[in-house]
Design a protein around this ligand. Structure first.
Ligand code: 5GP
Ligand code: MN
Length: 339
């Protein structure tokens, strides 16, 4: 956003508006933290704000302030459509292609509202009049903090906003350990704590609410399903719908498990395949120069960041895994030199 655009957006937000906030399919901590962080900021400015998700999200995010007002498009399609149709302004957070919000994207594309994308993923598509886009930002929550500051409203940061933004920064940086974490990230975190973010409690609420099933599913995945291919510095595992059912799977139970495969010494590329909603959802992670965004885009109709990306496959689980394993030799050199 240049200075002229900042001025335009400031004047847009000067009078109460109908605002819709949408975020990506299967929202994570950053998606919900940024959406509800922005929600809690905009309601202070007397706007009428509706947060819409394309589908449901993990219960460990339900404590975020404003969560009870969120509309799930897949369950409450009619009120969600009405809110989008009435909107003067639509914020698109933590995604940059309307495909990422599934059929909700059709409604957003149809709407005459001014669109504003705030995002940190690679290769943004051109559908918004305003963009606050930075692939160097550790999270969309970091950009929401920047946005509030750009609007000259740093004083508006309160406990609710601070808790939401802390959550997204914490989850998208793997608790401040990925290379995307900068001194700026830590400075923002310090300010959020000063504004009331309950940092210790947030870690507990997000990471220590595990069910017995989730922990046993993790144990099963690691002991029975993990394949390590040392020649390719690759490790992967998969879970079928039947395996999820056996461990009483709840939304969010497999979030982050791919990182266990990446944590093995010498591994530079990790993948996780899970059968969900009749398709195979893929998660890719890498260390160093190996570009999983490109890999996901090229082979699994996905995308994301250089070291963390996702995608999908409509093949069976067995065929998806065979496809993945068959691709590895072509990447052997890249994988072995990924520093
Ligand atoms: P995860 O593996 O945790 O689902 O996603 C890792 C990263 O890739 C996240 O930043 C997420 O937004 C992105 N991502 C996951 N799935 C997809 C997808 O199907 N398409 C695109 N473009 N990005 C994805
Ligand atoms: Mn994010």
């Amino acid at each position: 956003m240049n200075t002229k655009q900042v001025k335009e957006v400031k004047s847009l937000l000067n009078k109460p508006k109908n605002i819709v906030i949408v975020t990506h399919w299967s929202p994570d901590g950053d998606a919900m933290g940024s959406s509800l962080g922005l929600y809690n900021y905009l309601i202070q400015k007397k706007h009428k704000v509706t947060v819409i998700t394309p589908n449901d999200y993990p219960s460990f995010l339900f404590w975020l302030a404003g969560n009870n007002k969120v509309i799930d498009f897949s369950k409450k399609t009619k009120p969600a459509k009405t809110a989008v149709a009435k909107a003067d302004l639509i914020f698109c957070l933590d995604f940059n292609s309307l495909k990422r919000i599934d059929s909700l994207g059709v409604e957003v594309a149809k709407s005459n509202a001014i669109k504003f994308m705030i995002d940190h993923h690679l290769q943004p598509e051109d559908f918004a009049q305003y963009m606050l886009h930075d692939i160097k930002a550790c999270s969309t929550c970091e950009l929401i903090y920047d946005f509030i500051k750009l609007m000259g409203d740093k004083k508006a940061l309160n406990k609710n906003i601070a808790n939401c933004l802390y959550t997204g920064i914490m989850t998208d940086t793997g608790s401040f350990r990925y290379p995307s974490t900068t001194s700026k990230t830590h400075r923002i975190i310090a300010e959020l704590i000063d504004a009331g973010a309950e940092n210790g409690d947030i870690h507990n609420r997000i990471y220590d609410g595990n069910t017995e099933g989730k922990i046993k599913l993790l144990g099963f995945s690691l002991s029975e399903k993990l394949t390590v291919m040392k020649d390719f510095k690759t490790a992967f595992f998969s879970l079928t719908a039947a395996e999820l059912k056996k461990y009483n799977y709840q939304k969010g139970d497999t979030e982050g498990v791919v990182n266990y495969a990446l944590s093995i010494e010498g591994i530079r590329f990790a993948a996780f395949f899970v059968e969900r909603d009749g398709i195979i959802k893929t998660s890719f992670r890498s260390k160093g120069t190996f570009d999983v965004n490109l890999f996901a885009r090229t082979h699994f109709t996905g995308g994301g960041h250089k070291n963390a990306a996702g995608g999908m496959s409509e093949l069976t689980m067995e065929k998806t895994i065979n496809k993945f394993v068959d691709l590895l030799p072509a990447y052997k050199k890249q994988l072995n030199s990924s520093k």
